[in-house]
Design a protein around this ligand. Structure first.
Ligand code: FES
Length: 223
């Protein structure tokens, strides 16, 4: 019997990888027989632009643009509402202005008989910054404010004068300046009689000696 010699395995074309076969089958670009690159007509390009894939890209760009627009829109509305809010707050503050509630400049100072002739009363200095003085001419109220720089002078009974502790100005019991830097007499304020017979002092009405006010009604009470 003849022995069977082993044969080399056949290289069957069907067992080659498909990728290799396609590479072998297709000639390289530029070689003779290679397919030319596809040149698309204008209509084809337009059709591609309308295709769903392109549309998705356009939509994606559009959504980015919309988000920016939303951002600026919201910033604009925020600025608008801030402006309206500040305007409303300003209007409300205008409707409720700040009011300074100062104490009334008018007060009752008791009865004329409480002040004997030749007497300088200091009882209202701390509360009202006013002295009540009574002499032979009548009864008057002096403002306890130095006419130099506004300190409060003191009544010195022993020396029968007002003396300012700040720079040494001196005033007679009638309020006339006679020493120190004070340039003019002390100011008097209105004194009248209230309906109940008490002294009514109004500090908002002043009488200045240098203007000739001390003889005017209200500057002195003849009692
Ligand atoms: S403030 Fe009275 S002397 Fe200056």
């Amino acid at each position: 019997m003849a022995e069977e010699t082993p044969q080399a395995p056949e290289n069957k074309p069907s067992e080659q990888p498909a990728a290799d076969r396609s590479a072998e089958a297709k000639p390289a670009e530029g070689e003779a027989g290679a397919p030319k690159p596809e040149v698309k007509s204008e209509d084809q390009l337009k059709a591609e632009a309308r295709s769903p894939k392109k549309q998705v890209a356009v939509d994606a760009k559009g959504s980015i643009w919309m988000s920016r627009r939303n951002f600026f829109s919201r910033a604009g509305w925020a600025a608008f509402f801030a402006f309206v809010a500040s305007f409303l707050i300003g209007s409300l503050r205008f409707m409720f202005p700040r009011v300074l509630f100062e104490p009334s400049p008018i007060f009752k100072a008791g009865y004329p008989d409480d002040y004997p002739v030749g007497f300088v009363s200091t009882i209202w200095v701390k509360e009202q910054r006013v002295w009540i003085v009574r002499d032979d001419d009548g009864l008057y109220a002096i403002l306890a404010i130095c006419t130099h720089l506004g300190c409060t002078p003191r009544w010195l009974d022993a020396e029968n004068k007002f003396k300012c502790p700040c720079h040494g100005s001196g005033f007679t019991s009638a309020g006339i300046n006679f020493e120190g830097p004070a340039p003019r007499p002390l100011e008097r304020v209105q004194v009248t009689l209230a309906e109940d017979g008490q002294l009514l002092i109004n500090k908002s009405i002043k009488f200045l000696q240098e203007k000739g006010d001390w003889g005017k009604p209200g500057s002195i009470l003849k009692v």
